[in-house]
Design a binder for this molecule. Sequence first.
Ligand code: GTP
Ligand code: SPV
Ligand code: MN
Length: 598
Amino acid sequence: MALTTAGSKLASLNAWVESVAALTEPQQIHWCDGSDAEDQALKLLMVERGDLIPLNPDTHPNCYLHRSHPSDVARVEHLTFVCTSEREDAGSNNHWMAPADAHAKVDALFAGCMRGRTLYVVPYCMGPIDSPIARCGVEITDSPYVVANMRLMTRMGAAALARIEREGSFVRGLHSIGELDPDKRFIMHFPEELTIKSIGSGYGGNALLGKKCHALRIGSYQARREGWLAEHMLIVGIENPAGETHYIAAAFPSACGKTNLAMLIPPEGYREAGWKVWTVGDDICWMQQDDEGQLWAINPEAGYFGVAPGTGAKTNPNALAMLNRDAIFTNVGLTADLQPWWEGLDQGRPAKDSQGRDFDPANGPAAHPNARFTVSAKQCPSYSPVAESAQGVPLSAIVFGGRRESLVPLVFEARDWQHGVLIGAAMASETTAAATGAVGVVRRDSMAMKPFCGYNFGDYFAHWLTFGKDGAKLPKIFHVNWFRKGSDGKFLWPGFGDNLRVLEWVIARCEGKASGQATPIGFLPTPDDLNLAGLDLSDEARDVLFAMDPQGWYREFEAIKQYLHDFGSRCPQALIDEANLIESELHVLQPGPQASAA
Ligand code: GTP
Ligand code: SPV
Ligand code: MN
């Protein structure tokens, strides 16, 4: 490959690249143009180096497997920092380091780290290239794997560079694989400088800086300053048999079902009736409010970096259909004839595990639980025709949700915007393999942004409340839980395509066409309010999924109030008042002496 040292028309960009090169001492510099030829040359290089394994060309043309180091397979929240001048501005929801200390710490690791390597300059645009909501960045990296993934996940290359040169501003992201040493790994964010520095990891959200680092942590900080929202949400269009499409944005924590909901296939009866589902985005949503208060949403990404395990012909056929060409697989298993394999894929069988060893169940699953695929959004069969619209899509509903094996019903609706913001702030979910650390532990994860909000959650809740202007045409807010378990430890709700049954109720509520029961936590449907035709729900499921347990929720609200309290004076009083009100309503419903104490 001809490795050029081109440069740009923007002096500030050239100067930054030069200063990074002086620090990191690469052998050469390559400015990425995003072309096919460049992509093919990089892949060839990675195959030669053993960084990529070409998959079966008959079943998976132009698909590759990448195995990352076993110590580098997920986001690392304990090594991720938000470095604002004031500690309080980062909030207790973030790890904080003083900017000067953080720069010093990582610059020492960046010094000379690219010796013998190529420095790639990756200009990218988050959002449709002509969208006023889109924002640009430049990632400098020494990882060709990162370049290949950024090409799928963002609008990367010449067009982005042209927009950056026109606008004169961009988010600066510096990334190096470094020594891949977990003790020398840091993901640093400097929101006040619109700068990211990430070293020591080649994995997903740690290394593809356009995604969580820019589009969420830096993005949320910019959004607050500029009056918009950057959220960890899918965006999906639901078309009813009359041909009307409602757009819904949904925030679920990592590995809690966003990709699956974004591309669900309606149950048979719905398909026959003419329901269609359109995928706009599966992970990140940027929203702006118009003069009437309507929220418009774009997906800043151009591809999917999705969880492989659990993706099967029954659960997510749309995802399977887009994964048979031009995809990169990371840490999946491999069949004897070089096809990618993971748990939940209902065909084939693994010969090698995610680390390239002969598959042995004694070593655990063949695919790492956080194994991922990277693929262009355009390959999704349900890709929305308006997914690339410059102004975005108008939202009818916002849905929050988490993994809760107990307490939380299938769906409930907020009374109004302020109550909805409290529902989002109070969300909790069981941790997953998307981040290193214990799995299955319930923790608060406000708006599914615990690992991604680039500033103090108290200020973030207040920012959300500012959208609730009187008379604003706001989306209604809901909460869902697909993960409630029965006494046998199995999921009570079938999930996946059948989640459309819940979304139908959500939309009908937005249109004022469905009923719901008022409870202190919000409006709940009864089983009769949902279309459950063709579902074989157990009696336990019918009892539990649609019920509100006053005692359990009273205890939950005690914990929620404590959580809000911990943000101190930054937490808006309106949310605390709202929580107090709900708690007192729940208190009245307590059996026995407690109620008389009220
Ligand atoms: P990130 O990419 O990490 O942000 O995750 P995500 O929110 O997009 O989650 P994804 O859709 O990839 O789902 C994660 C895991 O949850 C997969 O193993 C899915 O099979 C499983 N899952 C998704 N939806 C459902 C559901 O409705 N019910 C059940 N039981 N499992 C689900
Ligand atoms: C998540 O963890 O929420 C992801 C994958 O979507 S990562 O890009 O690693 O953040
Ligand atoms: Mn995510």
